[in-house]
Write a protein that binds this ligand. Structure first.
Ligand code: ATP
Length: 298
């Protein structure tokens, strides 16, 4: 569906995209994760033909990115692109016209996209009087107006409360069910873990790891993570070393990587000589993988 090969982009002398390669398959949700400034938005802008790459190729549906491929892509940018004095319907009509929709077809798509984002009852409401979550949903509806094959959602839930996040997640899952291919950027690792079929981690303009969560899990030699709270941290760390376990701090949590899953009783026995306040076990998740690969947080 989308193939990016050897993409490079400099701003002045600064290389911001350095030989980036990725492939998104039809119908999947692909998560592009990376720290601020890693190059996500620049990549999106090149896919949307808003800025030009210095070299490399991008193909959407086997066609090189050009003015002609714009119709295949719908983008909901980080900042909502809404005319606040216009109603939801009028905003959708404005963007529909940009994509050449008019008459009955445009009216039909407005009704369909409003239904898709669950805002049919707000068709005539001026955007300025919508809640933050509703504005974000209309921003996504605009990305869908011309029935694009690829929808790009740039941080769709940033700044939203948890209930509104659930609504947006549901909307994204519904889009996938309808066969839409989605490229999602997010700083929320639980969001990526929940929604994405595959994830690419971008660092300084390069994809440094890519795969499904299970494939990415193989990059860390741990079957589970044991988190220990104790005042005897030095003793705990040296006990972990004796056992051959790597240790890490996740925030203030002291954690050990266990090469195989153990019963709680067995884990407690391993640390029996340490005065423990608490011990808990976790599966390796995207947060651990991401921190390990980027080493500087998200
Ligand atoms: P964020 O998560 O903060 O949105 P990002 O991964 O989307 O970050 P980009 O916006 O693609 O990162 O920026 C990549 C780098 O390119 C940054 O260092 C940014 O300062 C730089 N950059 C982006 N646009 C321009 C521009 N028009 N001129 C010069 N430098 C730019």
């Amino acid at each position: 569906m989308l193939t990016i090969k050897n993409l490079k982009k400099n701003y002045g002398k600064r290389a911001v995209i350095k030989d980036l390669n990725l492939e998104i398959k039809a119908g999947e949700i692909y998560g592009l994760l990376g720290a601020n400034g890693a190059g996500k938005t620049t990549t999106i802008n090149i896919i949307c033909n808003l800025i030009e790459a210095d070299s490399g190729t991008i193909e959407i549906n086997n066609k090189k990115v050009s003015q002609g491929t714009k119709k295949y892509v719908g983008v909901a940018p980080q900042e909502n692109l809404l005319y606040k004095n216009l109603s939801c319907q009028e905003n959708l009509k404005f963007y529909g016209r940009i994509y050449g929709l008019d008459g009955k077809k445009c009216d039909r798509r407005i009704a369909e996209t409003l239904a898709a984002v669950n805002l049919s009852d707000r068709a005539k409401t001026p955007v300025e009087s919508l809640s933050g979550g509703m504005k974000r949903r209309i921003n996504i509806a605009i990305a869908l107006i011309h029935e694009p094959k690829l929808v790009i959602l740039d941080e769709p839930t940033t700044g939203l409360d948890i209930e509104t996040r659930y609504e947006i997640w549901q909307l994204i899952e519904d889009l996938k069910k309808q066969g839409t291919t989605i490229l999602l950027t997010t700083h929320l690792l639980d969001e990526a873990q929940r929604l994405c079929d595959r994830i690419g981690i971008i660092k300084e303009g390069k994809i440094i790891a890519e795969g499904s969560l299970n494939e990415l899990r193989k990059l860390i030699p741990a079957a589970e993570i044991v988190i220990i709270k104790t005042k005897e941290t030095e003793q705990a760390i040296s006990r972990g070393k004796e056992l051959g376990f790597c240790h890490r701090y996740y925030g203030n949590d002291l954690a050990f990587w266990l090469p195989e899953k153990l019963e709680l009783r067995e884990t407690l026995e391993l640390f029996a000589n340490i005065n423990l306040e608490s011990i808990s076990r976790k599966d390796v998740d995207l947060e651990h993988i991401y921190l390990e690969l980027t080493k500087n947080g998200i």
